[in-house]
Design a protein around this ligand. Structure first.
Ligand SMILES: O=C(O)CCC(=O)C(=O)O
Ligand SMILES: [Fe+2]
Length: 204
């Protein structure tokens, strides 16, 4: 497996770095230190305090489980019958920064909290119909660094890639990525701190 950005020297420098990944069937770009340390600390604390966290129920093979993370959806809903939760000023501020950087306007954001290493998200694609034919997903992370892994769904000869998403980083997934690549945030037995992830999306 390929692990990117483990260079602690560069990590700790706090400098903005933009990396476009050269992978087939996807447009994937990472902004390291997109949000500076102090501001990222403030966003983390505010989001942790003001988000009405809850664990969603999911049904797999007729069995109901709680998702191993806490989530809240803001903005235009995937289910048009559900009420819309308006973005908070903090989420609007981060949304604006992301939109300025990538030139895409988003309608919604899913806010996730991974409380510790027992929380994670399994392999999946974000290609629900209401996200349109080529979903663009803008992912901003705060708190604990967690590896974000991607693998090509069809070309099994391509090595899995691990990207470390640290405090204040911004990862943009675009192009055909959501059709051809799956992603996950694996659980870990390590003692780790919480992580908040925002995924900005466009609901049509
Ligand atoms: O936490 C992350 O980095 C990814 C979250 C994710 O894949 C999702 O919410 O669909
Ligand atoms: Fe996802």
């Amino acid at each position: 497996m390929l692990t990117l950005f483990e260079d602690t020297q560069l990590f700790n420098s706090g400098e903005l770095r933009i990396k476009a990944f050269d992978i087939p069937d996807a447009e994937l770009t990472l902004w390291e230190h997109f949000i500076k340390r102090d501001e990222a600390d403030t966003f983390y604390n505010t989001l942790l305090a003001e988000t009405p966290w809850k664990q969603e129920e999911i049904t797999v093979y007729d069995k109901t489980h709680l998702t191993p993370r806490m989530c809240v959806w803001y903005g235009k809903n995937r289910d048009p019958l559900k009420p819309v939760r308006a973005l908070t000023p903090t989420l609007e501020t981060i949304k604006q920064k992301v939109e300025n950087a990538c030139g895409v306007q988003f309608t919604s954001v899913l806010v996730n909290l991974y409380r510790d290493g027992k929380d994670g998200v399994g392999w999946h694609r974000d290609h629900d119909r209401e996200l349109g034919p080529r979903p663009v997903v803008a992912s901003v992370s705060f708190g604990e660094t967690r590896p974000f892994e991607i693998r090509h769904k069809f070309k099994k000869e391509i090595e899995k890639i691990r990207i470390l998403l640290n405090h204040g980083s911004f990862l943009l997934m675009a192009g055909e990525m959501q059709h051809f690549w799956e992603h996950q945030v694996p659980k870990t037995a390590k003692e780790i701190k919480p992580r908040i992830n925002l995924t900005f999306r466009i609901v049509y």
